[in-house]
Ligand binder design. Structure first.
Ligand code: PAF
Length: 286
């Protein structure tokens, strides 16, 4: 496994890789969710490139850029074991040199949900992912369904900017008690870690209601809200029952695929999670 830092080293190493090349973009501090993406890439591509970059432009001023967990040595050991060919771990100055002034802004689909709570977040994500795609030139790129809106934004950008690659979105990987894997779970103390299952419990309750025939989007939002409100350590930021393709909030009855999603603070840690309902086992694009 080769590890490079600069864009010119990356380009030289990329030229030597057999095609198709699969890219797994990450911010490091890898967990089983990332490794599942790496394994999917390994099984479908001749070469696998993993990028590790805590992208400053997708963090808001009051967010956790400085405290975001980092452990490059451990990440490299894990990736070596997975048979990754090339790791690209650039410095912030390499990605955003002085004078940088070009941004990628995806519009409608980036506005609701995370976009409304984290202004500028998707501009940072779309910009860095476009830069990763340009530099690595992969044939496939792998993302997790946990960041459902991020996946939708990247698909839209890939289409709109004619990137010649396939976006693959892999299912959420969960702990045995249902908590979706996330590098931010390491912020939780033992009581908060227990309370954090509330996201999964809340989504499960709404899915159960849907499976029992409930089709009113408002009612599902209410079911999710009630479960969160019953958890003393949790503070709800939003719950949503949205059209799975447009991410617009559903008013009235659910007819096609819907994305149930939420952001919840457990203590100071902000967690997100989602379930797809309606045709979920053969949902194109997710
Ligand atoms: O999902 C992430 O880890 C990041 O948002 C990504 C896609 C690597 C861009 O920085």
């Amino acid at each position: 496994m080769e590890t490079v830092k600069t864009i010119s080293e990356l380009r030289a190493a990329r030229l030597r890789l057999p095609q198709p090349v699969g890219l797994v973009p990450t911010m490091g501090y890898l967990h089983e969710g990332h490794l599942t993406l790496v394994r999917a890439a390994r099984s479908e591509c001749a070469s696998v490139v993993v990028s590790i970059f805590v992208n400053p432009t997708q963090f808001g001023p009051a967010e956790d850029l400085n405290s975001y967990p980092r452990d490059l040595r451990r990440d490299l050991q894990l990736l070596e074991k997975e048979g990754v060919d090339l790791v690209w771990a650039p410095e912030a100055e390499e990605m955003y040199p002085p004078g940088f002034q070009t941004w990628v802004t995806v519009e409608e689909i980036a506005r609701p949900l995370e976009g409304s709570m984290r202004p500028g977040h998707f501009r940072g994500v779309a910009t860095v992912v476009a830069k990763l795609f340009n530099a690595v030139q992969p044939q496939r790129a792998y993302f997790g369904q946990k960041d459902a809106q991020q996946a939708a934004v990247i698909r839209q950008m890939t289409r709109d900017l004619n990137f010649n690659l396939e976006i693959i979105v892999c299912p959420i990987v969960r702990e045995p008690d249902g908590l979706a894997m996330s590098s931010r779970n390491t912020y939780l103390n033992p009581q908060e870690r227990q309370a954090a299952t509330v996201l999964y419990r809340s989504l499960s309750a709404a899915r159960q209601a849907y499976q029992s025939g409930e089709r009113e989007a408002d009612r599902l939002r209410q079911v999710m809200t009630e479960v969160i409100q019953n958890e003393p350590l949790a503070r709800l930021q939003y719950v949503s029952c949205a059209d799975a393709d447009t991410l617009q909030e559903i008013t009235g009855r659910i007819s096609g695929r819907a994305l149930l999603s939420m952001a919840v603070f457990v203590g100071k840690t902000r967690l997100i999670d989602n379930f797809l309902i309606g045709e979920e086992n053969h949902a194109p694009g997710y």
